[in-house]
Design a protein around this ligand. Structure first.
Ligand code: SF4
Length: 210
C-alpha cells in the first residue's frame, strides 16, 4: 500500500489509523484544511465518490496487517456521522476483526443528531464498539460558532452541546477540541467545556489537521 494520487479511504499518521468515509460535512469552517489541501501526511483524501462498506473493509483489511495500530479513528475530509450506518457497520467489523483490542474513536463536528433525526446516535456508536468521541467546538456561543463554522442549519452550537451531553450519557469517553486561533475565545470555550464536565483539547492551527 503506497501513498500517492489515488484518493484514500484509509490513511495513517504515526500509529493511528484513520478512516475517511465521506467528504460531506454540515459545516463550512473557514479554517477547514479541505480549503487549503488535498490531504494529509501525503495521502489524498479528496474522494471521487463515497466508498461502499465493502470498499472500506477491503482497504482496512490491508492496512490492519501493516503494523500494530494504537487506535482507529473515523476522521477524514468530512463528517463521519453523515454516513452513520456505514460508520456503525465498519466499527462493528473492526471490533470483531480485532477482538476489541484496538480502541475506536470518532472525531466529529457534533451534528450527529441533526443529520440522523430519530436515531439514538451516541448509544448506537457505543453499542457498535466506539469507545470515545472528540467533538470539535470552535465557538463559545451560537454567534461565534456560526461565524467560525458556518453550519448549514441554525442552532449549530446547541446541537453540539446536545451531542456532548448525550455522548456522555451513553458511556462514551468525550472530549471537546478547539483550534487555537484569534477567532476562538479559548477561555470562553474552556468555560463551556467545564460546564459540560468534559476535557478540552486545544489544537494548534496549522493548516494540517482538524
Ligand atoms: S467540521 Fe471539520 S470537516 Fe467540517 S468544515 Fe469544519 S473543519 Fe472541515
Amino acid at each position: 500500500m503506497v501513498r500517492g494520487e489515488k484518493p484514500r479511504i484509509v490513511y495513517w499518521l504515526d500509529n493511528s489509523l484513520y478512516l475517511n468515509i465521506t467528504n460531506r460535512c454540515s459545516n463550512r469552517c473557514w479554517f477547514c484544511i479541505r480549503n487549503f489541501k488535498t490531504g494529509v501526511g501525503g495521502f489524498n483524501l479528496k474522494l471521487e465518490r463515497e466508498p461502499t462498506i465493502d470498499e472500506v473493509k477491503a482497504e482496512l483489511e490491508e492496512a490492519l496487517g501493516l503494523r500494530r495500530w494504537s487506535e482507529v479513528v473515523f476522521c477524514g475530509f468530512g463528517e463521519s456521522t453523515a454516513r452513520l450506518d456505514v460508520l456503525l457497520e465498519v466499527a462493528r467489523w473492526i471490533r470483531e476483526r480485532c477482538d476489541g483490542s484496538i480502541p475506536i474513536r470518532v472525531d466529529t463536528n457534533g451534528h450527529g443528531y441533526v443529520l440522523n433525526k430519530g436515531r439514538n446516535v451516541a448509544e448506537e456508536l457505543h453499542d457498535a464498539g466506539v469507545r470515545s468521541v472528540s467533538v470539535s467546538l470552535n465557538g463559545h456561543d451560537e454567534e461565534s460558532y456560526a461565524e467560525n463554522c458556518r453550519p448549514e442549519f441554525s442552532g449549530g452550537f446547541a446541537a453540539v452541546l446536545d451531542f456532548v451531553k448525550k455522548a456522555k450519557k451513553a458511556g462514551l469517553d468525550v472530549e471537546v477540541s478547539a483550534v487555537r486561533m484569534p477567532e476562538v475565545n479559548m477561555e470562553k470555550v474552556k468555560a463551556v467545556a467545564e460546564s459540560l464536565c468534559v476535557p478540552l483539547r486545544i489544537r494548534d492551527y496549522i493548516p494540517c489537521f482538524w
